[in-house]
Design a binder for this molecule. Structure first.
Ligand code: DI6
Ligand code: FE
Length: 401
């Protein structure tokens, strides 16, 4: 006997093996057992089976849990003052070069106690969870020394232990140069001290960097990726956000999970991503908040069959986003994704961007029972509403939360 059987619903499996838009099964049913999906199909095919709990959903749509595969959720303070400056015409780069921007969040993060960091991040996390997030990647990157980076990663881990959500922690080792530290010395510390310490403690599943004029050069990031690969850690990269440094192509040499942002990416970079089996993570919140005009080359990504994920990039500077469903809408309105591509981008392809494609991201046999119940007439509605408030029910590993 199964634990639960969800019936009287339509199922957007997002499984490419199901040949319909959104992998949809109309008049479907989903059975779960021990936190796993054990059966999905037409209601008629599942008749006669027994479950401890049979739950009619009144014609609702069931989707996979949303996966937010790129966030900087943990940080001290916020950047409201900088928001004002940008409204008066200062650019993100000008503010960063004048010592504001990331550096000001680094100061606030170092000052905050672990308890304060947990409390502020939990509020943001709960907002994203109300919007439907069941798996979230959380980067460090506002500590910028070994102890502070490890503290951020510990905060991320403890959020995953106290909240019903799967947390995937990433060491963002090269995010910004801390004030007063010599450049080559900082890179050396990140590569030779912070990275091995984090790897030894098992605090991160992947390693990230910010390749940009105001961040780090591709050669500096390469040093980090060589060391990370030797330690058996996967890599990913903030690439081609404000300019084209050919970071995506370099990341492809290391079999990176993803390259993220990509507004300024060119065809050579995208072809390299395709060959390496990478995911393109699109971040419409940052594009919007910075009033960018150059869009990521979605047509090229489609032509080269690079899977597209969509994420909030939740961070205090360039993407103070608390709504995953708003990103579904913006991925369509700003970047031209179809509603189906957008939803795949926050489920199936986002799971792939985290290396979790066997675990979550579609409603398929054997995967975790991470399920959302939406009171909508079709899954396209999730992208149509500008910031849909979220699902009526949220199930993580088979348990309602
Ligand atoms: N790119 C971004 O958009 C964020 N980090 C990054 O590497 C911005 C982070 C911030 O401004 O605090
Ligand atoms: Fe980011």
């Amino acid at each position: 006997m199964w634990d639960r059987l969800l019936i009287d619903c339509h199922v957007a499996t997002m499984d490419p093996a199901v040949e319909a838009p959104f992998g949809a099964i109309l008049n479907g049913a989903v059975a779960t057992q021990d936190g796993r999906i054990v059966r999905v199909g037409r209601r008629a095919e599942l008749a006669g089976y027994k479950a401890a709990s049979i739950e009619p959903l009144g014609g609702a749509w069931v989707t996979p849990g949303l996966v937010d595969c790129h966030t900087h959720l943990v940080f001290g303070g916020n950047r409201t003052a900088e928001f004002d400056m940008r409204l008066q015409g200062a650019s993100y780069e000008e503010i960063a070069r004048a010592g504001g921007g990331i550096a000001s969040t680094v100061a606030a993060t170092r000052q905050a106690s672990a308890g304060e960091l947990i409390a502020s991040a939990r509020e943001r996390l709960q907002a994203l969870m109300r919007g439907g997030v069941t798996t979230i990647e959380i980067k460090s990157g506002y500590g910028l020394d070994t102890a502070s980076e490890m503290r951020m990663l510990n905060v991320a881990r403890s959020l995953g232990e106290s909240e019903p959500v799967r947390v995937v922690p990433t060491l963002l080792a090269l995010h910004a140069l801390p004030p007063g530290v010599e450049r080559s010395e900082f890179v050396r510390q990140a590569v030779e001290e912070t990275l091995p310490a984090v790897a030894r403690a098992g605090l991160a599943s992947a390693v990230d960097a910010f390749a940009e004029g105001i961040g780090f050069t591709v050669e500096e990031v390469r040093e980090l990726f060589v060391a990370a690969s030797k330690l058996g850690l996967r890599v990913k990269l903030h690439a081609e956000q404000l300019s084209n440094l050919s970071g995506a192509a370099m990341a492809a040499e290391f079999g990176a999970l993803s390259a993220d942002h990509l507004e300024h990416a060119d065809e050579a970079g995208i072809a390299a991503m395709a060959r390496a089996g990478m995911v393109a993570v699109l971040l419409p919140g940052a594009f919007y908040a910075l009033s960018e005009t150059k869009k990521p080359p979605v047509d090229l990504l489609r032509r080269h069959k690079v899977p597209m994920a969509v994420a909030t990039d939740c961070n205090p500077g360039t993407s103070p986003v608390l709504s995953p469903t708003l990103m579904l809408n913006m991925a369509c309105t700003l970047f031209g994704l179809t509603p189906e591509e957008a939803l795949a981008g926050m489920t199936r392809e986002a799971a792939r961007a985290l290396g979790l494609q066997e675990e979550t991201g579609t409603i398929s046999l054997g995967k975790a029972a991470d399920l959302l119940v939406w009171r909508v007439g079709s899954p396209a509605e999730l992208s149509y509403w500008i910031g849909h408030p979220g699902p009526e029910r949220r199930i993580v590993a088979g348990v309602d939360s």
